[in-house]
Design a binder for this molecule. Structure first.
Ligand SMILES: [Zn+2]
Length: 313
């Protein structure tokens, strides 16, 4: 069976579905589609996106945190339940074990789905003085034996920095050009077109949520929305599924420096978006949905034609 589908997983750290009010930088923010999503409101989603309100609390007491939430997104395993609590920051040994065995990269490799890529860029500093603590994504890339993108890849238009404008990269002394959000969206769309599965990670949202910086948050969210809209414009949504999701709320409520208990928005665009959105209820549902799209795919190769006849997942 021919499968010619593609998937982009666009992961945003710390973006929940909040309420409207002065605490929420998305309230009243112009040109913030598709990120301006509020509880109990029908969202305006460009490019036919479908919202799946997604539980990030994972039936475990306390505020959702990054290490356990990201491990859950990247594996489909409820990592918070597995270790009994929400783990902050970087994954510990038990979470790293889960990532090594079950990450989406490993699952896709085992299924023969290739090429697959983490679109983010790593600077030389990462390779020279390897940090003691690494993110869930870095651990997943490493454990699956994927190549890390370097600044040279970025210069050649094959990678995107976590700050996709490159401003922070230039601040760190790298000789690279600034990118507009649209230019970054173009680069990401090209990466997506060349890989069966692409992961991109953005986490400045979480940092600004902790810092409670309203003005910076509004600027960053607007730029991020521009980058996403351009990528969606350039990606072939007939054969590609784009899934945007987050590990927990944070930036949508700047009245607190903590993560929130809000659900997170998962937004699905493109190929089979309605069916995929319908099966996503919690962070555990992301990876299984992606693996199914990339390993099962269109029934007869006529993408879209078989959708309504297809059994639910
Ligand atoms: Zn955080």
């Amino acid at each position: 069976m021919e499968n010619d589908s593609f998937v982009l997983l666009f992961f945003i750290d710390g973006l929940g579905m909040g309420t409207r009010g002065p605490h929420n930088p998305l309230d009243g923010l112009p040109n913030a589609e598709p990120l301006a999503i509020f509880q109990n409101e029908e969202p305006h989603l460009p490019f036919g996106g479908v919202l799946a309100t997604t539980d990030a609390r994972l039936a475990v007491e306390g505020r959702p945190q990054s290490a356990s939430g990201q491990t859950t997104i990247l594996t489909g395993i409820n990592a918070a339940a597995a270790i009994g609590y929400h783990k902050q920051g970087f994954p510990n040994a038990p979470l790293l074990d889960i990532i090594r065995e079950h990450s989406i990269f490993v699952q896709l490799k085992r299924a023969g789905v290739e090429p697959i890529i983490f679109a983010n860029t790593y600077t030389n500093r990462f390779f020279e003085t390897r940090p003691r603590w690494i993110s869930a994504t870095t651990a997943a890339v490493e454990a699956a034996g994927l190549r890390f993108n370097t600044v040279d890849d970025l210069k050649a238009g094959r990678a995107v920095y976590f700050d996709f404008t490159n401003a922070l990269l230039i601040e760190r002394g790298e000789q690279v050009d600034l990118r507009t959000p649209e230019e970054a969206g173009d680069v990401l769309a090209r990466i997506v077109a060349g890989n069966r599965f692409t992961l991109y990670e953005y986490f400045i949202t979480d940092k600004l949520g902790h810092a409670q910086e309203m003005n910076a948050a509004r600027i960053v969210l607007q730029n991020l929305a521009r980058m996403i809209r351009r990528a969606l414009e350039r990606i072939d949504l007939k054969c590609t599924t784009v899934i945007l999701t987050s590990d927990h709320g944070n930036i949508e409520d700047l009245s607190t420096r903590s993560h929130t208990l809000n659900p997170v928005p998962t937004i699905v665009w493109g190929h089979d978006c309605r069916e995929i959105a319908a099966r996503i209820h919690s962070l555990t549902d992301i990876t299984p949905a992606i693996v199914d799209v990339l390993t099962k795919g269109a029934v007869d190769g006529q993408s879209g034609q078989a959708d309504s006849a297809r059994a639910t997942f």
